[in-house]
Write a protein that binds this ligand. Structure first.
Ligand code: TYD
Ligand code: MG
Length: 478
């Protein structure tokens, strides 16, 4: 039987239960409930009485407030994601999969800050001092005056920091290793994570120090994930990337001092993380000549335009239910495009397996990619390669109509800068540009016209697939 003073806390979502269960009722995670001590009641069973509070001053919206000063790390991709630099006294969570490069990013940022004369402290709870030193040496940062400690005890960390004049930046790597002896729970549990974060955030606010918290994304629910502390910090950045690729993306998902949706692009090399100033060039870098099934999407990531290649493969299916495999895009959005192509354009892909991949391992979240996806699908089906120097963007409605999307001008400019000659955009978007667009526009009024445009490039000759039994490929009514 459970002790009266313990509760069971899901390490994945933080829900509590009075009894252990194999599966969390709230989030459905398996084997994620861990016994923790319940919060201690107030001494003597007293409850705070209502109506005894202090009178607070109510003020208007208008008033002179100082603009927060920014602490620039010198890593421009990081500073931009933060909204122009780190804000003193703020708490920033940097989440990401284990091994993605969080510690590397933190160490590089701290070292650059130290070289600029800032006092910075690196508390490593995962790696020993020697390991961090070795890494610093490999990155050529040993000379930077970063103060280093390998420590996980929260009280010891706070005492150490409390004695000295406050540093400008403290990094705690990772916050999941930090534990407080006053809390009766194992390190890495929800109670410990919350208590550690709360204490460090309080330290940041009271001392005007920027606190960087590293948090590992966990899937198994054995240690509590960074999602649980997102609400406690001022800014949340996720470090993403594909292990198979070298580039990494720092994405702001919450920021009280700057815009969200902003991304920073890095490349992981032998010498650590390098900034990528021209991400479109990186994602389109290994693009060869025009091939059927590929289309270049002119997308936006935050305030920055980003060109990526959408690759599709449509092949006759031998399965009862054809396969739809999507990497880097939304599967239900693909289903919608397939349905619109079928219903409004007579392009039926019911008998085909459909594979969709966003080149370079990037994840696209914009509906603006609809047009590029539709064109790539038809291009693959027909074996008709789109012109290599064309980009596409626009949203497809369920009616088959094409809708303009925001920030068309920035997308066009980026495409022109990278040497593209034609942009395929929804017709309605044309009237939005006051000035002459920097490249030739093709503006189909609906999806059916787009299909006809793709069809005009005809099947490529000498395609390898023609060696096999040729499937009937026709488009009715287009
Ligand atoms: P790390 O920063 O330790 O990841 P995290 O803190 O998110 O767990 O980075 C680990 C990976 O980065 C590791 O697989 C090796 C790679 N790496 C490089 O490729 N080059 C480098 O210069 C460094 C320091 C790491
Ligand atoms: Mg690490």
């Amino acid at each position: 039987m459970a002790k009266a003073s313990s509760i069971y806390v899901c390490q994945s979502c933080g829900a509590t239960a009075s009894r252990w269960a194999g599966r969390c009722d709230n989030c459905g995670a398996w084997n994620s409930l861990v016994e923790e001590a319940a919060a201690a009641p107030l001494p003597g069973g007293v409850r705070p009485r209502a109506g005894k509070g202090r009178r607070v001053e109510l003020v208007g919206l208008k008033g002179a407030s100082p603009v927060p000063a920014r602490l620039r790390s010198g890593i421009q991709e990081l500073d931009r994601v933060a909204g122009g630099g780190l804000v003193p006294g703020s708490a920033v969570l940097i989440g990401g999969d284990p091994g993605i490069g969080k510690s590397t990013l933190i160490l590089q940022a701290l070292a650059l800050l130290a070289r600029r004369g800032e006092k910075v402290v690196y508390v490593s709870g995962e790696e020993a001092v020697d390991q961090v030193r070795l890494r610093a040496e490999r990155l050529g940062l040993s000379d930077a005056a970063v103060l280093l400690a390998a420590e996980t005890n929260l009280d010891d960390v706070l005492t150490t920091l409390g004695d000295a004049p406050s540093p400008s930046v403290i990094a705690v790597d990772s916050v999941q290793t930090i534990w407080s002896p006053q809390i009766d729970a194992a390190p890495g549990t929800v109670s410990q994570l919350r208590a550690g974060t709360e204490a460090l955030v309080r330290f940041a606010k009271s001392r005007g120090t920027t606190v960087l918290l590293v948090g590992h994304v966990t899937k198994e629910g054995q240690i509590a994930g960074p999602k649980l502390i997102e609400h406690m910090v001022d800014a949340v950045f996720y470090f993403e990337g594909d292990r198979g690729h070298h580039f990494r993306i720092l994405r702001a998902v919450k920021n009280r001092f700057g815009p969200t949706d902003e991304i920073g692009v890095f490349e992981m090399s032998d010498g650590g993380l390098a900034e990528v100033e021209n991400p479109s060039g990186l994602f389109l870098g290994d693009r060869s000549a025009a091939t059927p099934g590929a289309a270049v999407f002119a997308g936006m990531e935050g305030t920055r335009p980003l060109l990526v290649e959408v690759q599709t493969l449509v092949s006759p299916s031998t399965l009862g239910t054809p396969r739809r495999a999507v990497v880097g895009w939304d599967g239900s959005r693909l289903a919608m495009i397939l349905a619109v192509l079928d219903t409004h354009c007579g392009v039926g892909l019911g008998g085909y397996d459909v594979y969709l991949n966003v080149a370079g391992g990037l994840r696209i979240r914009e509906p603006a990619a609809d047009l590029a996806v539709a064109a790539a699908l038809v291009s693959s089906l027909l074996g008709a390669a789109l012109p290599a120097d064309s980009v596409l963007f626009g949203e497809v409605a369920l009616s088959g109509a094409l809708r303009p999307v925001a920030q068309g001008e920035a997308r066009l400019k980026e495409a022109a800068k990278l040497g593209f000659k034609t942009a395929v955009v929804p017709e309605a978007a044309k009237s939005e540009w006051k000035r002459n667009p920097p490249l030739a526009l093709h503006a189909p009024p609906d999806l059916r016209s787009l299909v006809r445009w793709v069809q005009s490039f005809g099947p490529a000759t000498g395609r390898p697939r023609e060696a096999g039994p040729a499937p009937a490929r026709s488009i009715a009514g287009a």
